[in-house]
Design a protein around this ligand. Structure first.
Ligand code: SAM
Ligand code: SF4
Ligand code: SF4
Length: 348
């Protein structure tokens, strides 16, 4: 980590991008557009916590598409080049295509989506028509029994596979797959997933199970380290490392010797805070500078108080300029059970 600068100053890179106390520029913005979801993945929204009486945000509490577009423009002015729309499950929000259209009109932004794929068969065509190019689908197993147990709403894997197929047919490209690996639950699905998607020319990224939020009962023993996943893959299908395509790329990239690519995201065993350029906005408009933050900065209050762009930009500058987060690097010494925001609220 670079030496800390004085927290009160706002610094910029030679290209004008805002940097934090460790010199990390603001490049990526993840926007959660809903805290609701049609799945109850055991590692994210356990049913016992997110049950029938769980209080989700009211409609009036979540940012409107106009508010999201305004913020995206301001963040783009501060150096953001990539926006990922996430949730909860973003496709459950009505008219999400309208938001894609608005964000596409900003220009110069790479717009990505992460979805559980349940509604993708229905939505792929309209997303493409709205200007969306790529899509990331989360899929934790090809084994229907394992998949149903992980999403915990008995959702069949076949319907997600149909969604992936529909995305390809609609011309969404690339389609990438994310799989969270939990020991003893879906680690047996790693090789079948790798084989199938390699054959289809689709990149799968295997993600270490993280201690996000406070409700998933995370234990280090449930994490399958990326190194172990790579060894298992290499035994079946020999691999070689590929250089990162840009600084701050979170996935370690590998090439199968016979062709095709695969990735691992080792957020627990090989933290990458030093290159973390991501800000996150929750569905109710709070700005978080780390996935593991306890508190966010209320941009919605500013937006709805009639603040001008200058005031909003000053606020963004102050928050990013003071950012010193590096939770994953400190994880070993962090207090278990410390206050942290939930993944379904802040987005992955
Ligand atoms: N609902 C969408 C989905 O599942 O793709 C978007 C939101 S979800 C919170 C974003 C990503 O975070 C998904 O790929 C999900 O698998 C991942 N995720 C959720 N909880 C996680 C955890 N505890 N550890 C690692 N990844 C997690
Ligand atoms: Fe929903 Fe995505 Fe969380 Fe699963 S990982 S519960 S699909 S938000
Ligand atoms: Fe970025 Fe926080 Fe994750 Fe580190 S722990 S990589 S700072 S989000």
């Amino acid at each position: 980590m670079a030496k800390e600068k004085m927290a009160s100053q706002t610094e910029v890179t030679p290209e004008g991008a805002l940097v934090d106390v460790f010199g990390r520029p603001l490049r990526d913005l993840r926007i959660s557009i809903t805290d609701r979801c049609n799945f109850r993945c055991v590692y994210c929204m356990p049913k016992e916590v997110f049950g029938a009486d769980h209080q989700f945000l009211e409609r009036a509490e979540i940012l409107t598409f106009e508010e999201i577009e305004r913020l995206a423009r301001l963040f783009a002015a501060r150096g953001v080049t990539k926006v990922r729309i996430t949730g909860g499950e973003l496709l459950v929000r009505k008219d999400v295509e309208k938001l894609i259209g608005k964000l596409s009109s900003i220009g110069g932004l790479d717009i990505a989506l992460t979805t559980n794929g349940a509604l993708l068969a229905k939505k792929a065509g309209s997303l493409k028509d709205a200007g969306q190019n790529r899509v990331t689908v989360s899929l934790d197993s090809l084994d229907d029994r394992v998949f149903r147990a992980m999403n915990d709403v008995d959702f069949p894997v076949e319907r997600v596979l149909k969604g992936i197929e529909a995305a390809r047919k609609a011309g969404l490209s690339p389609v990438k797959i994310n799989m969270v690996v939990k020991r003893g639950v879906n680690d047996g699905s790693v090789i079948p997933m790798a084989r199938r998607f390699r054959a289809e020319g689709t990149i799968v990224r295997f993600i270490e199970y993280m201690d996000v939020g406070t409700t998933n009962g995370w234990r280090m023993a449930d994490v399958v380290p990326a190194a172990e996943i790579l060894e298992a893959l290499h035994r079946e299908m020999p691999l070689e490392a590929v250089a990162a395509s840009y600084r701050g790329e979170v996935a370690g990239r590998y090439r199968y010797l016979g062709g095709g690519e695969v990735g691992v995201i080792a957020s627990v065993t090989q933290p990458f805070c030093g290159d973390c350029t991501r800000a996150r906005i929750s569905a109710e408009g709070k700005l978080y500078t780390c996935l593991f933050s306890a508190r966010g900065h209320d941009l919605r209050a500013l937006l709805r108080s009639g603040a001008g762009d200058d005031e909003l930009l000053r606020s963004i500058d102050a928050v990013w300029g003071a950012r010193g987060d590096r939770y994953s690097e400190l994880r070993a010494s962090a207090t278990p059970g410390s206050e942290k925001v939930e993944m379904s609220y802040i987005g992955g």
